[in-house]
Each structure stands twice: as structure tokens, then as C-alpha cells.
Design a protein around this ligand. Sequence first.
Ligand SMILES: [Zn+2]
Length: 235
Amino acid sequence: MSFSVFKTDQWQKLTFNKKKEALQELENEMAEKQGRTARNIETARLPMDGYYDGIRASGSLFINENYLKVDCKNYEAMEIIIHEGRHAYQDDAIVAYIADSIETCGLNNKPDILVIASWMRNLLVYNQPHGGLVSKIRYRFQPRERDAFDYAYDEMQSFVALFSGDTFFRGYIDDKTLIREDWKSKEEVFLSSVNSSSSCEDYCSKDTFDMYNIFVKKYCKILFTSYGESHHIFL
Ligand SMILES: [Zn+2]
């Protein structure tokens, strides 16, 4: 696709449905780049920017419809789709690992088993960004979110040359970089609170919990074989 459709002067001319189509094409491109199946983009009235309806259901990427109703949230909308799509990649890696097909599943830049394990465990002890600063920090730096935020940030940076003539893009990047630096300064707080995260039963579904148990069995077996028994404590 031509990503230039996301430039502010072109984005402003698109109808709601054309904006949605552009975001679907972006997801298709990102999925191809990552070697995974593209998900459907859905718009909805949401209390948050977006989410990925993962393993349990349709697997769609949802974006808050407000991002398509205004003309100046083009780059934020791109970032949301890239971020949520990265969660799809994380889940595809988990599913492929459980199915013993991580080597043949087609995913590009396959993550290390320890990284996949951290994503799996995070499904169980997922921290919602509700409440005060500490819960927002726990949300931002848990393994799945840290990875998705970093990935989306890097991908958006890769468009600097293409969108260089657009002052909206420069403003977007400047804002994001400031926010990112601010988060980094809070990371220490997160590291001191990481040992008191929520318990899994509060959040996860039975499907996720069952999958986790299968994962643990396979994962421990691999670690016992490869690294020795003590490493299972990483999970
Ligand atoms: Zn996320």
C-alpha cells in the first residue's frame, strides 16, 4: 500500500469508511511483515484507544471510533493499529509454541522462548491501567505492553522520511518522544512494585488458564532439558 494516504492533507479528505479501509491495509502490511495472519479492523465506541480481542474470540483489532471521526488523529490511529497488531503477533507466537510449530509457523523475527513465556504469563497476570499512577505504570511496563509500545514506537519512527513534510507528524513524534522519556523516568517505580502484581484468577478466563497450564508443562520440559531445573523460576 501507499502509506502516503495517512498524510494529514490526504487523511482529511477520507470518509470514515475510507479511513477504516486505510487502517485495514496498514494491518495487512504489518501482518505480512511479521509473518502472521492479518486481523479484521473493527471500530467501536470504547472507553480506551483500542484493544485486541485475542485468543478467546474473533481476534479482531478494535480502535476507538473517535480516531476516525476527526481529521487530526491519523498518526495516533496508525500507532494504535500497530500496537494492537503486535498483541496479535504475541498471541500467535504463544499458540505456535504450544502447538510445537514455532519453528514452522511463518512468524518473522521469532522471539526467544523466555520472551514468549513472559507474554504467556502476562496473559494470566495482566495489569489493567485503572486506578492511580502505580497501576498505570504496572500496565505500561508489563511484558506484553512494554513490547507493544516499543514496537509501535519504532515502527512509527520508521515513517519519519515519508512524512517529513507534515508538521502534524513532527508534532506527533515530538509528543511521543516526550511521553516516552516521561515513562522511562517512572520505570524505577515500576521495578520496585513489580513483585506485588495482581493475581491471575482475578482477570484471566478459563481458556487462558488452561492454555497457561499446557504452556507451563511444555515450557518446563524444554527448560529442564536445555538449561537445567532451576530456570523454571523465570515463568
Ligand atoms: Zn496493549
